[in-house]
Design a protein around this ligand. Structure first.
Ligand code: HEC
Ligand code: HEC
Ligand code: HEC
Ligand code: HEC
Length: 767
């Protein structure tokens, strides 16, 4: 950041800064001041293990930075950021600093908050002044100063570099960046929508016709920003003599007919220009703090111990990020892009994360690496198992069987160290099934023939020492055919049976002492399903696409299906009670209008007949947040009614806020059950926020519903209690479902007042 008023007297400089502060604070959106439930201890652990210390200094127990040179210091943070602001920055750093040098480490909301707390609190412990500064300040911007600040903001063209103040958008460093409510807690990121990258940046760059200054090629090189002393109207960059000279040379060379100095780009071989460009990228983004490329970079000695892995048996390669030497010849272009831009990861055992720098910043890299890194081609000749030619089909079968045999535990036992088909052997190493999508064949061949040449410390055994196959029983010990067989087998993916020794994995997720939330596709909760499991062994599923609570079950939580690409679906791990997943809130014009059902696609109806559902029925999901016990509250909207929806386990024998008098009678019967750990009641509190009084309908349940009283119904072994009268429920309707034998829907008519109101329901699983 240059100095923009370096030529002003000190007193005036202070005034200018003060006015700008008033303006910037006034134009920043207020931060949400919800308490941040985060433990500094968790933050400390994350900070020192996931990769932050590659570029920042580790801290000792007193919070002091232990590495003093070559790092971006963070010891001033308590003075600079309120907790919420720092957490938000860490969650999506490129929203605030689009240049990407501070990368995105794929932190969840909770992780960002924990690290922010750690960074601020340990700093507070070292400095009492800081502690005071980090208390919420009583700074109130004053109108006259704001106006003066706005004028200065324009006068000094701050927006030329920062973008306009107060506007949301990634190109904007100043005055807040994130107006949208972003409460979507990403416990399992990358599962649904791709994360916003910083692709849409730089809209705020001045267009050529709005340029503030003459083109550089036409400038005088001893004036303006390059003048020897600060002048009134231009930024002051405080350049050293060498820096100034380098810029002058570059400007002169860029002039039409300008002399190209020796060593200027035009004189270079294209390869070495590319080499330079690559070196610049790897240094600027500090890739070399984690990766080796050729003889450069790599994890430095003083940081080595912070790179860890639970897979101790797999050696250093399980904890130190892979080398980038020849990576352009190693990875398929598509995969390289996935790693750089989509956060794709294949090393579950590696605690350090591959940071994301934003596609805009690294867009040139995949092509550059592919151009620079070359290996002699190797194209395995793959058989076609669907061929009409019998010998070809036989060859396909033989290669498949050979490949399977080689990988399995009766031959080379690759699956002892490598995951296969998402299944984890004892060592939880890199997944092999995705190899053909990830790797180029030539690299694969070269690596298998001699793993130690590529990665000197690797524990992976050499299976073809000197080109001779260790297992002579397969394909007559022919090395090339064996390599082809392995490659071919891997291309078959899930359509081939697993090699021997791959253990089926228990994919059950357990809930221990805190509530657990898992997002994924599910038969019981749709494409955007959310499962919530309570420690008391009660679980439910919520369809975020439509806002419907759609299943409840007791016992174990969910089984997850880790698809090849890491995104998972889930299924209840015990028998669930399920009901409809259509929108739960809607304005029915009258009693006869059928409920708006979600579109169904099947063999006859392959195209979605109503692609805008449920948006066109007024529903919109707004994410969820977790309270300090990790219990989620869902946020959504039905037309203009804002809804917060929270379920929690009711443990009391006499629930105090219970919606009806009958609960007490039942409480007496229940004492016996309460002795057990398993709870059986979920209380659901729905909070409405409406700008005006209005009537909406709520459809909490469908199925073979029995009516047990005016405020209770039963569905199978579940009893639902809802309030009536004196509450916002003004009517109850049980309507038969069309075409469905004996099935009914429960409809509650709600009169939602202006402002805030609440509806409490009780879901109880009877024995
Ligand atoms: C690849 C290197 C790299 C990694 C990894 C990295 N940072 Fe940074 N970080 C930087 C750089 C460079 C800056 C300065 C950014 C700039 O000038 O735009 C920075 C800036 C910051 C800032 C802002 C400082 C300020 O004064 O505003 C914070 C806070 C921060 N990093 C925390 C972290 C945390 C926490 C992690 C781990 C989750 C992390 N960084 C990982 C390179 C990195
Ligand atoms: C020539 C481009 C340029 C201009 C003009 C400019 N800035 Fe900056 N500003 C920067 C850069 C680059 C940084 C980041 C510096 C760093 O992190 O080391 C920065 C950083 C800042 C920061 C600190 C942000 C943070 O999160 O650490 C503030 C505040 C700021 N500028 C305000 C202003 C104001 C106000 C003006 C107009 C009076 C202005 N800037 C004009 C380039 C500019
Ligand atoms: C904080 C350490 C760190 C930094 C800094 C870092 N990386 Fe990585 N990188 C990793 C880790 C860890 C992995 C392994 C990720 C996985 O597969 O799970 C990785 C994987 C990769 C891969 C995939 C390699 C393979 O063989 O699968 C590429 C390519 C890569 N990084 C490039 C880069 C580039 C380019 C930069 C700088 C712009 C960079 N990395 C910065 C830690 C880092
Ligand atoms: C003793 C354990 C062990 C055995 C057995 C083993 N590997 Fe490996 N393998 C490793 C380790 C460790 C790595 C490095 C993983 C990493 O990059 O994170 C590796 C890396 C690889 C890679 C490079 C992956 C990449 O993208 O960087 C391939 C391919 C591979 N192994 C294939 C095989 C095959 C095929 C077999 C059987 C012939 C085999 N491995 C047997 C431990 C083993």
């Amino acid at each position: 950041m240059p100095s923009l008023w370096a030529s002003e007297p000190a007193a005036r400089r202070a005034e200018i800064a003060e006015a700008l502060v008033h303006f910037l604070v006034a134009s920043s959106p207020a931060l949400k001041s919800e308490p941040v439930a985060a433990k500094a201890e968790v933050g400390r652990e994350l900070f020192h293990s996931i990769g932050c210390i590659a570029c920042h200094s580790p801290r000792d127990e007193k919070g002091r930075e232990t590495i003093t040179t070559g790092v971006v210091h963070l010891d001033h943070l308590a003075r600079k950021y309120p907790l919420q602001a720092l957490a938000r920055f860490l969650h999506q750093p490129q929203q605030i600093r689009p240049a990407g040098r501070m990368p995105d480490l794929k932190l969840t909301d909770a992780e960002s908050a924990a690290i922010a707390r750690y960074l601020i609190e340990t700093a507070v412990a070292t400095d009492e002044e800081d502690a005071k500064l980090n208390e919420p300040s009583a700074f109130t911007p004053q109108a006259d100063r704001i106006a003066e600040g706005r004028r200065l903001f324009e006068q000094y063209h701050c927006a030329a570099c920062h973008g306009p103040a107060g506007n949301p958008g990634p190109a904007n460093h100043l005055g807040g960046t994130d107006n949208q409510q972003r409460t979507e807690t990403s416990t399992s990121r990358n599962q649904e929508e791709p994360r916003p990258t910083s692709a849409a940046t730089s809209s705020a760059k001045p267009k050529a016709d709005q340029r503030l200054a003459p083109p550089l090629a036409e400038s005088r090189v001893d004036q303006g920003c390059l003048a020897a002393a600060p002048t009134h109207s231009v930024p002051w960059f405080d350049l050293g003599a060498t820096q100034r000279q380098a810029i002058v040379t570059a400007i002169e060379a860029s002039r039409p007919g300008g002399s190209k100095p020796a060593g200027a780009q035009q004189a270079m071989e294209p390869k070495s220009i590319q080499q330079q460009q690559l070196a610049r990228t790897l240094t600027a983004f500090n890739c070399l703090a984690c990766h080796v490329r050729e003889e450069f970079g790599g994890v430095a000695e003083e940081r080595n111990s912070y790179f860890q892995s639970p897979a101790k048996n797999l050696g250093d390669d399980a904890r130190i990020p892979p080398p980038l030497t020849l990576v352009g010849a190693k990875l398929q272009p598509v995969w390289l892009k996935k790693v750089l831009f989509d956060g794709e990861s294949v090393r579950p055992h590696m605690i350090t994360r591959m940071p994301q720098y934003g596609e805009t910043n690294l867009r040139h890299l995949p092509e550059l690496l592919a151009d620079l890194d070359q290996l002699p081609e190797w194209t395995p000749s793959l058989p076609n198992h669907e061929s009409r030619d019998e010998p070809e089909r036989n060859r396909a079968r033989d290669l498949r069987d050979a490949g399977r045999k080689l990988l399995g535990n009766t031959s080379l036992n690759c699956v002892n160290c490598h995951n296969y088909n998402g299944k984890t052997p004892q060592n939880n190493g890199l997944e092999l099934m995705t190899t053909p999508q990830r790797l180029k064949p030539a690299w694969f061949r070269q690596f298998l023939l001699s793993p130690n040449t590529v990665r000197p410390r690797i524990i992976m055994p050499v299976a073809w020492p000197g080109g001779q196959a260790v297992d002579q029983s397969v394909l007559k010990g022919d090395t090339d055919q064996q390599l082809e067989a392995i490659w071919y087998f891997l291309t078959l993916g899930r359509s081939a049976p697993d090699p021997a020794g791959v253990q089926p994995q228990d994919s059950k997720l357990m809930v221990t002492d805190t509530t657990r939330t898992y997002r994924g596709r599910s038969g019981v909760a749709g494409y955007r399903g959310i499962a919530v499991g309570f420690p008391e062994q009660l679980n439910y599923a919520f369809n975020a696409e439509t806002g419907a609570l759609s299943a409840i079950w007791r016992g174990d939580f969910v089984r997850v299906d880790r698809g090849g690409q890491g995104s998972g679906g889930f299924n209840p791990a015990a028998r669930p009670l399920t009901w409809a997943q259509d929108v739960a809130f809607y304005r029915l014009p009258d009693d006869q209008t059928p409920w708006p059902l979600r579109p169904v696609m099947n063999k006859d109806q392959r195209v979605n007949p109503d692609p805008l559902y449920p948006k066109n029925r007024g529903y919109q999901f707004g994410g969820y947040y977790l309270d300090d016990q990790s219990i989620p509250t869902f946020l959504y909207q039905s037309a203009d009614v804002k809804i917060e929806d929270k379920l929690s386990v009711l443990k009391d024998t006499k629930p105090s806020g219970s919606p009806n008098k009958n609960t007490e009678d039942r409480a007496a019967e229940r004492t016996e059950n309460d002795a057990r750990e398993m709870a059986n009641q979920l209380q659901r509190v729905i909070t409405f926020n409406s700008s005006a009084e209005q009537t909406i309908w709520f459809r909490p349940l469908t199925g073979k519903i029995e009516e047990t009283s005016a405020h209770q119904v039963r569905l199978g072994e579940m009893q639902l209690t809802h309030p009536v009268e004196k509450s916002l429920v003004t009517r109850r309707l049980l309507r038969a479902l069309e075409n469905e034998d004996g099935q009914r829907e429960l409809l509650l008519q709600l009169k939602v007042p202006a402002g805030q109101s609440q509806l409490t329901l009780l879901y109880e699983l009877l024995k």
